[in-house]
Write a protein that binds this ligand. Structure first.
Ligand SMILES: Nc1ncnc2c1ncn2[C@@H]1O[C@H](COP(=O)(O)OP(=O)(O)O)[C@@H](O)[C@H]1O
Ligand SMILES: [Mg+2]
Length: 418
């Protein structure tokens, strides 16, 4: 049965004082596929290892199903948490063949040898590995080993599946195929899944919900579509894919509520661009005090090419690179004075050196203040504090960790929205 997972104010300070987790809180509903996305060193592995029980939390609380598995007093060992794990390195038993590796998971759950082997064979058959059951790990390719590891994780029908970058050691083609397999197998099994990756495309493709980690802080949590359209910070916007960034000044309100009109700085011939105000909840209605200068984050989906003389062109540019991608071309466009735009999609071939106009769609242009704390997006006064997005570096002494095990934290509020 799929279990609910609750993580409350999780802190992990490693010996030596490294603050790997700074209080993320989240809950994963039964049967949900949650992806935690973040750059290397952001605390993803630490979080998943504390959920598994391999690492101890410094402070905070973990609940799986109805059971508190970790808090200041309790620390259940991994084998008593009723969960399964798939890691980057496949971690199969080298002395057992594929079937017995899978059966091992069932034997641990006290199933008889014959039954365990039969169910293991069935599971491998279902995953298209029926012909490999007698092979040992060294006789299997990386992709096959990872599928055996996945079979082992799913065969026991545990309520919670943890995956730590299971595809990162595979080549691109296999990654894509195995991603589809994981997605469908896990959803078929109805398991609650926490899946960790540093790959934005993989995260968006797999997730029901995405949590973004930055330096041990959960900075945004929500459906992938929300993260893409409404990134809570410039960090999240950058980490989830930009064509480029433009330095701009704010001219005034835009054509619709929540939008502003901005002017690129130092770009000759540029026209005012409509942009959404970034910074998550509370961003709307902001702009009482337009500030110079701000940064416009441009999603690749917002960029369209047009004729250089077109009145709809916001910028003039020149095609610097043109890569054929099968279904379309991907261009790099250089606009004098602006930073270059990459990942621009074009249906037709546009030779290098071609002069083009660049049209920017307001929905994919997101404005962030350059300052540490965005004056463009102050929190709204009647908004409950807990639903506000995280503000990096904003001290908040009221949410100190429960135990005294983590002294001297730099406090950062953790997003619990979404
Ligand atoms: N066993 C450890 N001892 C000390 N520091 C660690 C240990 N494991 C990880 N760290 C540190 O904790 C931070 C988070 O690491 P990790 O959870 O592995 O991040 P990620 O999986 O996102 O790359 C990093 O700064 C890393 O160097
Ligand atoms: Mg890791």
């Amino acid at each position: 049965m799929a279990e609910r997972l609750v993580v409350e104010d999780a802190w992990k300070v490693y010996p030596g004082g490294n603050h790997a987790l700074r209080g993320p809180s989240l809950s994963v509903e039964p049967g949900t596929f949650m992806v935690l996305l973040g750059p290397s060193g952001s605390g993803k592995t630490t979080l998943v290892r504390t959920i598994a029980g391999i690492e101890r939390l410094t402070s905070g609380r973990l609940v799986i199903g109805e059971r508190v598995v970790a808090d200041g007093h309790v620390h259940l060992p991994p084998e008593r948490r009723d969960l399964a794990m798939v890691f980057q390195d496949y971690a199969l038993w080298p002395h057992l063949n594929a079937r017995d590796n899978v059966a091992f998971a069932l034997r641990r759950r006290r199933l008889g040898r014959a039954d365990a082997r039969r169910r293991a064979s069935e599971m491998l058959e279902r995953m298209g590995l029926g012909h490999l059951t007698d092979r040992f790990p060294v006789q299997l390719s990386g992709g096959e080993q990872q599928r055996v590891a996945l079979a082992r994780a799913l065969v026991g029908g545990t309520g919670l599946l943890l995956c730590d970058e299971p595809l990162s050691n595979l080549d691109a083609d296999l990654r894509e195929r195995l991603r589809v397999e994981i997605s469908s197998l896990v959803r078929e099994a109805g398991t609650t899944t926490v899946y960790i990756t540093h790959d934005q495309l993989e995260a968006f493709a797999l997730a029901d919900r995405v949590g973004v980690l930055q330096d041990g802080v959960l900075v945004q949590l929500g459906p992938p579509e929300d993260i893409y359209t409404t990134p809570a910070s410039l960090f999240v916007a950058r980490f989830t894919g930009l064509a480029g960034e433009l330095e701009v000044t704010v001219l005034g309100p835009g054509k619709a509520p929540g939008y502003v009109s901005v002017q690129p700085v130092g770009v000759g011939g540029a026209r005012p661009i409509d942009a959404r105000i970034g910074g998550g909840a509370g961003g709307g209605g902001a702009l009482a005090t337009p500030t110079a200068p701000a940064l416009l984050a441009v999603r690749p989906s917002a960029v369209r090419l047009c004729a250089p003389e077109s009145t709809s062109a916001h910028l003039a540019g020149r095609v610097e690179d043109s890569a054929f991608r099968g279904r379309h071309y991907e261009l790099v466009v250089d606009s004098p004075g602006a930073r270059r735009l990459t990942g621009v999609v074009s249906e037709r071939r546009v030779p290098r050196g071609t002069a083009v106009g660049v049209e920017l769609d307001a929905a994919g242009c997101i404005l962030f203040a350059n300052a540490r704390r965005s004056p463009l997006a102050p929190p709204m006064e009647n908004e409950p504090e807990e639903s506000r997005p995280a503000q990096q570096g904003e001290p908040d002494a009221r949410r100190a960790p429960r135990s005294s095990g983590a002294p001297g934290h730099e406090r950062s509020r953790t997003a619990v929205t979404g």
